[in-house]
Design a protein around this ligand. Structure first.
Ligand SMILES: C[S@@+](CC[C@H](N)C(=O)[O-])C[C@H]1O[C@@H](n2cnc3c(N)ncnc32)[C@H](O)[C@@H]1O
Length: 219
């Protein structure tokens, strides 16, 4: 597959206006704040399992939700990439110079990452893969992450086997669409097919929420 031709339609929603709302979204209301704390903890545990990487590519970085967590884990080089110019502008507008000075901000496409082979220790890929429904597209993305990461990839997705996935299955059935929660056995087979070895996995709230981050060793 020629990855440069892969285009994901959901990406069009991340205009400058939407990106500003996305920046605010995880700071508003007690439930969103609580869920953000759980997700930051999940990312921190994954980076710990990955061995506290010294250089991390946060892709897609969105509005920069994970920058502080990555820096808190002792990372010395943070490359922050996203395909949306709107998201990158929000980061430039909203973050203080002390943080911005520590980042390399780049417009990057996950399907065709404009970085050299093995250019970072680890890649943190949060809240992206649940948008990718075609297994061939997932494989193409995994291969691209393998190419750019020297050591590990930390990647989140929606996994079955919890209360939220049960609700998601019911919702999908009612709407007559495919559920976006994937069976862990399928997720893990696809990682193996792409050449990854699983180091570990972290659930955001075990048994309740569907968010799970896998820590993968690149081959
Ligand atoms: C749900 S947000 C997640 C952002 C961040 N990881 C977080 O959890 O806050 C999804 C992000 O994917 C970005 N995106 C969509 N398609 C992309 C692509 N092909 N390559 C890189 N980023 C993409 C969007 O611009 C958006 O910022």
């Amino acid at each position: 597959m020629n990855n440069s031709k892969l285009k994901f339609s959901f990406a069009d929603r991340y205009t400058h206006e939407y990106s500003n709302k996305y920046y605010e979204r995880h700071k508003k209301g007690i439930l969103k704040k609580f869920s953000n704390i759980l997700e930051q903890n999940m990312a921190a545990k994954a980076l710990k399992m990955a061995g506290f990487p010294k250089s991390v590519l946060d892709l897609p970085c969105g509005a920069g939700r994970f920058f502080q967590t990555i820096l808190n884990m002792g990372c010395e080089r943070v490359v922050a990439g996203d395909s949306s110019p709107g998201m990158l502008q929000v980061i430039k507008d909203r973050f203080p110079p002390e943080i911005l000075n520590k980042l390399e901000l780049l417009e990057l496409d996950l399907a065709d990452i404009n970085l050299p082979d093995k250019s970072v220790d680890s890649i943190l890929c949060m809240r992206f893969m649940h948008h990718i429904h075609d297994p061939q597209h997932r494989l193409a993305i995994y291969k691209e992450l393998q190419r750019v990461a020297r050591d590990t990839v930390c990647i989140s997705n929606w996994s079955e086997g919890n209360y939220k996935s049960y609700r998601e299955h019911l919702y999908a059935k009612r709407k007559g669409i495919a559920s976006r929660c994937l069976n862990p056995a399928l997720l893990e087979k696809e990682f193996a097919d792409a050449g990854f070895t699983i180091i570990g996995k972290v659930d955001m709230l075990p048994g309740i929420l569907y968010w799970r981050t896998y820590v993968l060793k690149v081959s």
